[in-house]
Design a protein around this ligand. Structure first.
Ligand code: NAI
Length: 812
């Protein structure tokens, strides 16, 4: 044994193990063999089972059940049965249950922490001090939202039965992020934990029994991807909430396309960690530790790309190496350990392969001098320098304790490098200059930006991605939107759930527009001469791209008929190339997002003014398609006023996160939106869908109604005379189904709205999986566009934006 002076000399840690005793006793009591938790009951362990292992020892922990399709069926049925009762309980009762869950988590916090560390391999310090307290916080926070739902979200109702699929990196925390908001908003859930880490979810099932949660409100089904797939494909599930790999997210996007299921996806990342030359490098080093060695780097928002300003590189690298040398990797239950084990051999191999690839591609690897334990699956903290931005390790999510370091010269270059990824989950910015930090934050394509901090989370702040990191938010007021629908005409949720009601009503009403579609091809179909005897002046509406009226690439035009079948005019038949040009023009107009909200409002008011001046002409045009033209024009002008009004009033929020910081929740435009306008109100529908997007800073490629495109093409002159910058609104006429599909498949389109036939709507959702763009698809005829409540307002503004949360710490 070392003497005291020797210990002072070496300053070595002794072992400080947390006891695994109570957890082992529980596992024994459960026979180390678990069934499923369905309808408030535990099923017998199933016919097909699998083992879970302790990643730190590679030894078996328990045997679990692979849920069969029949099990998923039972779980969904149990959730469905109780959902109306759960909603009918009211916000106060649900708040009490959520509060009880939070209390129970706290009372058993150490048990949960130890179980999590045994099952996942994460250090007890993290499960005890970060994961489990955040779990309790999530249930407390959402108990509050349950209580406030009726007052704060009076026009919303639950989605119904939610299928939730979570990964292995934060098993209990992801459960809380999913279950707390779902239950608060009156939904019931079937949750499938990851196959590597189901134990805390199973223990959570017991907790639901302990607090007397009504049977079926929470159901836990274990198993691998097959069980997840069965849940995704189950027709009676109203929404899927998924966290995991982008690959599986894409499969789920495709599988849910056209089903009417609501969807939120929280996927991978390759988050930048930007260090400016004036930052406090000692804080930066601790930041890197939290960014990439937290949870062994198995974190979707891990700061895995350090971008450091030239001049600070050498000092930062030498400080980092010194710190890495002192990190301790070992037994996750040891309280003095910084890094635990990697989840499984398959993940360890993936990390090793990518690290070899990095070396092969010429980057320089550095690891500390000490070696990792040999039992279990461990990997040391790893730093790569001399990395090219295009290198595999700079682009691919490694999901391990590996960070790459690159340099930049100017702030503009930092932004360019930071955004040079298909992902957009999070980013950290390090500088002592708050002006610089707040200039950079909005330019980063990421759902969360941490200033001088990293990997901090709270239930009051939304978390989620841009681009291929997925869509939807978890936490904060913005996260609630994922678990509610707008009330359908004041009806309450019935047995089959709100979603099913909306869908079935929509199906029963065929598109009003489809009757009038009379598209005939060929420019050779000329208009007949007028009775005056003079040849007509050709009035073929062209396309409107980049502020110019341009001929369609196809060289074809489409004939437009009035409701009596008489020829009214022609419009250009847009194709793939026209869409490409329109998308390009919309990107060039991105400065619109940076115009002041006041300036955007002014343009919208000016549009209304110019339309008013030509109201009679528009009304007459609309009458030829049927309906009351005057009424439609009046409603359209009012709608222009509504969005001019909203342009500078759709505020963000300052979230009260319990650290010393302010968290700014900023709604940002999606970018370039494709909008396939509804057919049934040719002018009102067009303006009602295009203007909310434009009011909030998006630029748009719009496809007008096929039945009455002239109502939109007549707008060209109104647009041209209203100070609207070129490219903010681009209009491509043609077959909305075909053009909708082209827009959905276009990787430079950031979101798409499709109001039309359900078959194409399904294709639009499926095709959007290419770049994981957010979609909003509704069947024609399912919405009353004339209604100020249903045809305009907040729902449209929410769909037009994504929330970025910017964390700004203050104080010492
Ligand atoms: P994964 O995406 O396959 O698994 C996540 C969850 O989805 C698990 O519960 C799994 O059983 C389920 N699942 C798998 N296939 C499914 C399907 N077809 N339909 C429905 N559910 C399905 O992630 P995995 O295999 O555990 O890890 C693979 C890689 O994904 C990791 O190496 C890492 O790079 C990344 N990953 C990213 C996460 C993140 O939070 N961003 C979390 C976990 C993994």
């Amino acid at each position: 044994m070392a003497s005291v002076p020797e210990i002072f000399q070496s300053m070595e840690y002794g072992p400080a193990p947390e006891s695994g005793g109570p957890v082992q006793t529980w596992l024994e009591r459960r026979g180390r063999n678990f069934g499923l938790f369905i309808g408030g009951r535990w099923s017998e362990p199933g016919r097909e089972t699998f083992e879970t292992l302790n990643p730190a020892t590679a030894k078996p922990l328990t045997t679990l059940t692979q849920a069969s399709p029949a099990d998923i069926e039972r779980a969904v049925a149990a959730a469905r049965k109780v959902q109306p009762e759960w909603w009918a309980l009211g916000g106060h009762s649900r708040a009490r249950y959520l509060y009880a869950i939070a209390r129970q988590v706290q009372k058993h916090s150490r048990f949960f922490a130890v179980l999590e560390s045994l099952d996942n391999g994460k250090p007890i310090r993290e499960s005890r001090d970060i994961d489990v307290p955040l779990v309790a916080r999530h249930f407390y926070h959402h108990a509050g939202w349950a209580q406030l739902m009726e007052q704060e979200l009076p026009e919303r109702e639950p989605v119904g039965v939610i299928g939730q699929i979570i990964p292995w990196n934060f098993p209990l925390l992801m459960l809380a992020w999913k279950i707390a908001p779902a239950l608060a908003m009156g939904n019931t859930v079937v949750l499938k934990p990851a196959e590597f880490t189901s134990l805390t979810a199973l223990r959570f099932g017991e907790l639901c029994e302990e607090i007397g949660l009504p049977a079926g409100v929470v159901n836990i089904v274990t198993g691998d991807g097959r069980a997840g797939e069965a849940l995704v494909k189950h027709p009676d599930v109203d929404k899927i909430a998924f966290t995991g790999s982008t690959e599986v997210g894409r499969l789920i996007r495709q599988a849910t396309a056209g089903t009417g299921k609501k969807l939120s996806l929280e996927l991978g990342g390759k988050s930048p960690f930007i260090v400016f030359g004036d930052s406090d490098l000692d804080s930066v080093v601790e930041g890197v530790v939290d960014a990439i060695w937290f949870n062994q780097g198995q974190v979707c928002c891990a700061g895995s790309r350090i971008l450091v300003q030239e001049g600070s590189q050498d000092r930062l690298v030498s400080k980092l190496k010194a710190r890495m040398e002192t990190l301790r990797v070992g037994d996750p239950l040891d309280k003095a350990v910084d890094m635990g084990a990697i989840i499984a051999p398959v993940q360890l191999e993936k990390i090793q392969q990518l690290v070899h690839r990095g070396e092969d591609e010429g980057a320089t690897l550095w690891q500390p001098s000490w070696s990792c334990p040999r039992d279990g699956w461990f990997f040391p903290p790893t730093l790569f320098t001399e990395v090219s931005p295009a290198a595999t390790i700079a682009q691919v999510e490694i999901f391990g304790p590996v960070v790459v370091l690159m340099t930049f010269r100017t702030p503009a270059e930092a932004v360019e490098l930071a955004n040079n990824t298909r992902y957009g989950l999070a980013a950290s910015v390090w500088t002592e200059n708050i002006n610089l930090a707040l200039d950079i934050a909005p330019q980063l394509k990421a759902g969360t930006v941490w200033i001088n901090c990293t990997n901090v989370f709270d239930a009051a702040s939304g978390f989620g991605g841009y681009r291929e990191s997925g869509f939807g938010r978890e936490g904060g007021r913005e996260g609630l939107r994922e678990y509610v629908r707008w009330r359908s005409d004041g009806q309450s949720v019935g047995r089959s759930g709100a979603g099913a009601q909306i869908r079935s009503r929509a199906r029963s009403r065929r598109s009003a527009g489809s009757r009038a579609i009379a598209l005939r091809s060929k420019a050779s179909d000329r208009l007949t001469a007028r009775p005056t005897g003079l040849p007509p002046i050709d009035r073929t509406a062209k396309l409107y791209i980049g502020g110019k009226q341009v001929r369609p690439d196809s060289g074809y035009s489409l004939l437009v008929l009035d409701r009596a079948g008489k020829q009214l005019g022609e419009v250009g038949q847009g194709n793939r190339k026209d869409i490409r040009n329109a998308v390009e023009a919309a990107h060039k107009a991105a400065g619109w997002a940076r115009a002041t909200a006041h300036a955007r409002a002014q343009v919208l008011y000016y549009l209304a003014e110019n339309l008013t001046a030509r109201a009679e002409e528009f009304a007459a045009r609309l009458q030829t398609f049927g309906g009351s033209g005057e009424n439609e024009v009046a409603l359209t002008i009012e709608r222009m006023y509504i969005y001019a009004a909203w342009a500078d009033k759709y505020d963000g929020a300052v979230h009260h996160t319990p650290h010393r910081n302010v968290t700014l929740a900023m709604p940002e435009p999606m970018g370039v939106l494709g909008v396939v306008a509804p057919a049934e109100w040719p002018l009102l529908g067009f303006v009602s869908t295009v203007l909310p997007a434009v009011a909030l800073g998006n630029t748009v490629v719009a496809i007008p109604s096929a039945a009455a495109p002239l109502a939109a093409t007549d707008l060209y002159q109104v647009l041209e005379t209203s100070d609207l910058p070129d490219g903010v609104i681009n209009i491509v006429t043609g077959d909305p189904r075909e053009l909708g599909r082209i827009l959905a498949a276009h990787d430079d389109v950031d979101g798409i709205w499709y109001f039309g036939d359900p078959e194409t709507g399904a294709e639009v959702e499926g095709l959007s999986a290419g770049n994981m763009k957010r979609t909003w698809v509704e069947e024609a005829g399912s919405r009353d566009w004339a209604s100020a409540r249903l045809g305009a307002g907040q729902e449209f503004l929410e769909q037009a934006t994504q929330v970025k949360n910017i964390w700004i710490p203050y104080g010492e």
